[in-house]
Design a protein. Sequence first.
Length: 444
Amino acid sequence: MVSMDRLPEFSAHDTSLIRIPDQLDVPVSPRVRRILDSAAMQRLRGISQLGLVAKVYPGATHSRFEHSLGVYRLACQVLQKLLAVESDFSANLTPEDAECFLLVALLHDVGHWPYCHPIEDLQLDWVPRHEELARRLICGGELSKHIESDWRVAPETVADFLAGKQPGSAAAAVLQNVMNGPVDIDKMDYLQRDSLHAGVPYGCNFDVGRLIASLCVGQDQRGLAISEKGKTAAEMMVFARYVMFSEVYWHHAVRSATAMLQRLVFELREQMNPASWLQQSDAEFGANYLSQSQAKPDIQCLADSLFGNRRALYKRVGQFSYMENPELHSALSRLPYSELVEISERFAGRLRSDGVDCGPSAVLIDAPPVKLEVQFRLSVRIEGTENTPKFVPLSTISPVVKSLATEQFDSFVKRVRVLVAPKVAAGLKMNQSEIVERLLESVG
């Protein structure tokens, strides 16, 4: 059983405060401070949370370090809440499980490199997984020494928790769901933080406090649920996630920059060593690619626009959701990236046959990646008679969740887009039906 006074993170005498946007105080104990001051965590100050989103929303330059502090702050709040109101959870949670959870909240992004998620979406054999890089940092060197000397948990246990390995105890499984589930603390923080820095209201319009206050242990005692009072807050979080993907993360210009980065990484795969990415900031990563691209004129414009002194994003000439063109969307979604490159090159060849001056890298196809978004499956605890609660899926009592989260999220929010270099777009005289025809011919 965990006693709150056994965790220095919950003692006002043992903690100091770090202020993060938006006017939030993060309680930091001396041992948490030592984790934050490590080289592995300080590196996250130079890695932006949203990467290329700043090409469209100039304020979206906040770091993964700031986000990590935000997630840790929510971890403290959720742990306090569950310990206070869930007697079985409190009785069964060990100090080691609680400390592991707090460490994972702090370290959940430690293995990220610059532009990590769009590069991981390529699903290339030579690109490492950030969970494996996190394991190396947590289980070796400075972080490992701090964990072994200050915390009652083994570094390997922290890495296993972060990688999603099923814990033995039910209480620890609940906390794993808090870190990675429908209403996890990662989403709670990044939706609001990304919205704040991007300067849009979409991700801020759900009540985090109300949502945390409604959290409870699920029917199987290993998962997370919400009480009835959290229903509206959960619905608003579903809507916030939907709109943030639609208007920010998958904004057409953001996806143009993302497609340019992915093609650049793919074309320079033989020149680059992914092992070096973990030591680089965004600026160092960009400078490296800018330098290496100079030897390949066909892709130099990609690096110049992303990391140089000019902005010349590829232009959208075709766009198709699943509802608009299910045949084309299904044909291109979740293809291996090398196949998308081949299709885009065949499309460029057909444009050349039509008299368009178009190099092989002048056409990019952006499509939903192999990895799907986590679906929103959450139960609501409804108090019954004789103190016997009933658990029902939120989607069965919420038309908002049923329409926005139980269908395949990726098929409706994530569109297939055809993007071409600005000089090609300026001379392209094709309507949407002609683009579709050429694209279907290219798919073969």
